[in-house]
Design a protein around this ligand. Structure first.
Ligand code: DGT
Ligand code: CA
Ligand code: CA
Ligand code: ZN
Length: 632
């Protein structure tokens, strides 16, 4: 037990008396492979001299396990292994991704991981192995046997595993750089099945891939940021610590983590910081600042300031840059100076700096929430009495209006979803599986929906205190008609209309398509309207402002899809929609019980779009929700 803790947790109390520092070897990954959990890892370090903390910090994040299982699946696919094994790893990765609880902690509690959906004894053993050693044997073998960098190629939609193998065999292409050279030198089109159009598509997909490498989804960095923040707060001599930057502003994507520590002993903090176990490489170690790379490849910048400067340092490092530059200019106009250390008058006397509130107050501004600090008018608004929005809060949400079950491509039953919604304290949940057009995910026909409605009714009666709504996420067909007839939709409580196909139509056609859907009185909510996937897929081409105005006139609500890969409608669209008086729903589009916990990302997008509680339909009671949804 003690040995287990020494290795894998920074459980400071125990560590301090039991061990000094321990280093263990971890497998070094093949060069050129995509950065993932343990890229370039050589050691895990357990830091020395921590103060006593209650909280344990896990060495292995769930996202590390997810990355390894995905890598495993990709490599198996490259080997043309059985689809059964490949699917098993992918399913397990999804389960863990949505788990919401730390695997290391679960093992520590003696929980049986093989009870998790899609995780049998074999995979449970592999997870334990990862938590103990940082990897597992099958993966290590596969990495040795294959060319792991080929994985990069499989992530390009036009290529996939079969073609990646072909490119490797015929042209000796081993990674994205090789591929780019081959395209530019015209060698690719000599191969059967690759024409000029394929070349263009590949180049554009590579560009998207590069963008993704440089930035990560907020949800991907969360575990790392939370662990880091807890670690910093546990250090000897720390007064306060916070991860600022885009992470604190809850942006869709994050480039790096910017952490700020309040302490009167900066040197001591830096010395402890560089011993953080999640660090792979120290890029720079100064007197009061440091930059490091975590094992996942994510960069962390740290700045230590005196307590009297903590507020100004937070404003500086939270940004966004333009927000903070506007404040600085306001100071200059008053013959004052604003920087990381505080607000100063002509004679360099500090006027404010200890807290963010103090600084804003010195400018006669109300406190501005981090999500608003994008220089989109928040400073002017903060100068007026009640000028800032009273932002919606996660606790304002009373139900979820978009989720999937095993009836289509969800992984949990209606009952499981309902139980979970009840546990979350919701008043209502709408079950909205896909419609029949979505054949590959087993979309529902009108007949299926009527059958499902019976089950929904039963579960609704069984689970007290939660109203279960019968709904559907209906496909908007290419011509703008809906995938189900008025008759089929008639009995449903909630109808969301979404585009899932023909994403590449011209702006005129795509706009007409959505217009027609909006004109249909059955359409109560437009789902994930922009159709984009953050860092993965561009949005569909539409006249958004025109459509939002039409939606407003028609009484159609707009969904803020909370899936961290979507966050759609996006914050800019939300802000525009808000200004013209549209109403929103914030929903998770959960495909599993744990998926219901994605709500926070939707709320953050709403907050970044200045949305208040009153602007969101699912903050109301069941009754007010029914009244607010477009009548059909
Ligand atoms: P990211 O990391 O790209 O997702 O976005 P941020 O906003 O976290 O930006 P980052 O990491 O470059 O810098 C963190 C904060 O530090 C930023 O929000 C504002 C401040 N900052 C960074 N560079 C500059 C600069 O050149 N001038 C000023 N005034 N502030 C800066
Ligand atoms: Ca940053
Ligand atoms: Ca930074
Ligand atoms: Zn959906």
């Amino acid at each position: 037990m003690i040995e287990h803790l020494q290795r894998f947790f920074v459980a400071a109390t125990i560590l301090r008396c039991a061990v000094g520092s321990e280093r263990r070897s971890l497998p070094v990954r093949a060069k050129g492979d995509a950065p993932s959990a343990f890229a370039n890892t050589s050691t895990i370090r357990v830091p020395r001299g921590l103060t006593v903390i209650e909280r344990k910090l896990m060495a292995v994040h769930n996202s590390d396990v997810v990355a390894m299982f995905q890598e495993m699946a990709d490599l198996l696919e490259l080997e043309d292994e059985s689809t059964f094994r490949i699917r098993a790893y992918r399913q397990a990765a999804t389960t863990i991704d949505e788990l919401g609880r730390n695997l290391g902690q679960m093992i520590e509690n003696g929980e049986d991981l093989s009870e998790l959906q899609g995780i049998g004894k074999d995979l449970a053993g592999k997870i334990e192995r990862i938590i103990e050693t940082g990897s597992f044997d099958d993966l290590e073998e596969l990495r040795k046997r294959t060319t792991p960098s080929l994985r990069e190629l499989t992530h390009i939609p036009q290529i996939g595993p079969k073609r990646a193998r072909l490119l490797h065999e015929k042209l000796g292409i081993e990674n994205l750089d090789d591929l780019e050279d081959a395209v530019n030198e015209g060698r690719l089109r000599e191969l059967k099945g690759f024409g000029k159009r394929a070349e263009e598509q590949i180049l554009s997909a590579m560009e998207t891939g590069r963008r993704k490498k440089e930035r990560r989804l907020l949800s991907e960095v969360e575990e790392a940021a939370e662990s880091l923040e807890a670690f910093l707060n546990s250090l000897n001599g720390v007064k306060d610590a916070c991860v600022a930057g885009s992470y604190r502003r809850k942006a869709e994507t994050v480039g790096d983590l910017d952490s700020v520590v309040s302490s009167s002993q900066p040197g001591k903090i830096i010395d402890q910081f560089v011993e953080y176990e999640d660090i792979d490489q120290v890029i720079n170690k100064g007197k009061a600042s440091s930059s490091v790379l975590l094992r996942s490849g994510l960069q962390v910048d740290l700045r230590v300031v005196k307590p009297e400067s903590y507020g100004s340092a937070l404003i500086y490092f939270t940004g966004a840059k333009n927000h903070q530059l506007t404040l600085r200019d306001m100071a200059l106009d008053k013959d004052q100076k604003l920087n990381e250390y505080g607000l100063f008058d002509k004679k360099d006397k500090q006027l404010a700096g200890k807290t963010e509130k103090d600084i804003y107050k010195a400018f006669n501004l109300a406190y501005i929430e981090p999500e608003l600090r994008e220089n989109r008018g928040e400073i002017d608004a903060a100068a007026k009495q009640n000028g800032l929005p009273k932002l919606i809060d996660i606790d304002d949400i009373r139900g979820d209006l978009h989720c999937h079950t095993t009836w289509s491509d969800g992984r949990a039953s209606v009952e499981k979803m309902a139980e979970t919604a009840k546990e979350r304290g919701y008043d209502y949940l709408a079950i909205t599986d896909h419609s029949k057009r979505m054949q590959m995910v087993n979309g529902l026909s009108g007949k299926d929906l009527r059958k499902q409605a019976e089950e929904i009714k039963k579960v609704d009666e069984k689970i007290k205190g939660l109203t279960l709504l019968a709904g559907c996420e209906v496909d908007i067909l290419e011509d703008g008609t809906l995938d189900l007839s008025d008759d089929d939709l008639n009995d449903l409580d909630v109808v969301i209309c979404s585009i899932h196909s023909n994403m590449n139509l011209s702006s005129r056609k795509q706009t007409d398509r959505l217009l027609r859907a909006i004109e249909n009185p059955n359409c109560q909510i437009i789902g994930h309207m922009r159709g984009r996937k953050v860092l993965e897929r561009d949005e569909i081409d539409i006249d958004l402002e025109r459509l939002l105005k039409e939606a407003k006139d028609a009484g159609c609500a707009i969904e803020i899809n909370a899936d961290p890969h979507r966050r759609d409608l996006d914050e800019n669209g939300v802000r525009f929609a808000l200004d013209i008086g549209l109403k929103f729903t914030v929903s998770t589009d959960a495909h599993s019980a744990a998926g219901l916990d994605q709500m926070k990302y939707g709320v953050w997008t709403a907050r970044r779009g200045w949305v208040e509680k009153k602007d969101v339909l699912n903050t109301g009671t069941m009754n007010s929700l029914r009244k607010a949804l477009r009548s059909r």
